[in-house]
Ligand binder design. Structure first.
Ligand code: GLN
Length: 438
């Protein structure tokens, strides 16, 4: 624990929002004492981990990498984090990310852009960029990220580690700062499938504090693969938006899978730009609603105005980032009278159609494979001024979020990783198939 804290202190200002030295060293001492007494310790006991800075951990800063919450301290602990603490894991750090999860590069943050672990000139990916980089650099053994539309899977791919977005509802969102509640997912980033499985088993389960959670079975160690057929979306591959390298690598991966005796089927699916516009319409609407509570009255910083209304508007104008404001304005627009039927309800309807198509596809195949992103990570500085290009870079991740499906990024198959998706609640199948590909 001390060695990892030292590494974080010396090397990774760009991934750290706050170090949790006091908590970490206290907990490490308890584990040392237990070992000295010859007591048995559990699988996760003493294992150091990182926390994306959107999770509550009582008494620590939870900034969401934003100015508005720069001095905000959590008054309670998120369910997933509490479960890890109960299992003896040791939290080291609150990790840099895109503010409120808004972004795909971890540049939308007051703590400075997160640098890619493989090439520091490139972005770390987002929004859980700090978490993926810390794992890739061995500053943490695993990190807990958050994935609303790709924020675990994409940075995992950009930094060549594993990242899982579980089925929506498998892990409690209680204590995760809400971005878009209908697709927000808690999930692990780690260096092996085994580690992903151990953490997933520890933090899954029904929670009375999150009514969307369900009871799931523990995932076993079995390595047997039941997958007989794999599908891929023609619309993701037959497009000018994908780089030649990523396309060629992906097709070569499909060939390898075929050579292992698994059937590979091409599937008709929605065009990626429909997925992106549906996702962003709903995500912006939900974030406009969720962030309306941050007005300078109860949480975080306040900038006093002449009256209450002024105080709200000055606080929000000065303390939210440009990207966050863009989403709040966009979200309020699509929810407002005169627009909601035409835009918001249309997006809801498309989401139903997307889910229905997924259900149909999973009658034909066991697993869907896709690249994580259409292009390699951009250089730091290139995407901040081009929000539309950034939204389009989420083309392959957001659909599975809308479908509430379990999806794992593995650092294989293409330069920015391969996504393995199964039908709802089949998280185990995703991990077993990943093991089979390894
Ligand atoms: N890049 C996507 C967005 O900005 C996904 C972010 C996330 O999953 N938190 O909405």
């Amino acid at each position: 624990v001390q060695a990892k804290l030292d590494l974080l202190k010396q090397n990774s200002h760009n991934t750290v929002n706050a170090l949790l030295d006091d908590i970490a060293l206290g907990l490490a001492k308890n584990v040392d004492d237990k070992i000295a007494k010859g007591e048995k310790i559990g699988l996760l006991e003493g294992i150091p981990f990182g926390i994306k800075d959107v999770y509550m951990l009582q008494g620590t800063y939870t900034t969401a990498s934003s100015n508005l919450l720069k001095k905000y301290k959590s008054s309670y602990t998120a369910t997933a984090i509490q479960k890890l603490l109960d299992a003896g894991a040791i939290p080291l750090v609150k990790e840099n990310c895109d503010s409120f999860g808004h972004g795909s590069s971890s540049e939308n943050t007051i703590f400075g852009a997160v640098k890619n672990a493989v090439n520091p000139d490139l972005v770390g990916g987002g929004s859980s960029g700090g978490s993926a980089v810390n794992v890739a650099k061995d500053y943490t053994v695993f990190s807990i990220g958050g994935d609303t539309g790709g924020s675990i899977r994409q940075p995992a791919g950009y930094n060549k580690v594993y990242g899982l977005k579980p089925t929506y509802g498998r892990i409690s969102r209680y204590g995760l700062m809400a971005y878009a509640s209908s697709t927000d997912c808690v999930g692990p980033i780690a260096k092996s499938i085994e580690d992903i499985k151990i953490i997933l088993n520890e933090i899954s389960g029904k929670d009375v504090k999150d009514q969307t959670t369900y009871t799931s079975e523990l995932i076993s160690d079995e390595t047997k693969n039941d997958v007989k057929s794999v599908g891929y979306f023609k619309s993701f591959i037959e497009t000018d938006a994908i780089s030649k390298e990523i396309k060629d690598d992906f097709l070569a991966t499909l060939d390898k899978i075929k050579s292992k005796g698994i059937e590979v089927k091409e599937l008709d699916f929605f065009d990626a730009d429909i997925l992106v516009s549906t996702y962003y319409t709903l995500a912006m609407a939900e974030t406009a609603s969720n962030l309306s509570r941050l007005d300078g009255t109860n949480y975080g910083d306040r900038v006093e105005g002449e009256n209450l209304k002024d105080t709200y508007s000055i606080t929000r104008s000065e303390k939210f980032s440009e990207e966050t404001k863009r989403r709040i304005v966009g979200g309020n627009q699509v929810l407002s009278q005169g627009f909601s039927d035409e835009i918001y309800l249309k997006a809801q309807n498309l989401r139903d159609q997307i889910s229905a198509r997924f259900s149909k596809d999973f009658e034909a195949v066991d697993i869907i494979l896709s690249p994580v992103t259409p292009q390699d990570p951009p250089k730091i500085g290139d995407s901040l001024n081009n929000p539309l290009a950034m939204y389009l870079s989420d083309a392959y991740t957001v659909g599975f979020s809308l479908g509430e499906l379990p999806t794992l990024t593995i650092p294989k198959g293409t330069n920015t990783g391969l996504q393995i998706t199964a039908d709802k609640k089949n998280d185990a199948e995703v991990l077993h198939f990943a093991n089979f590909l390894n």
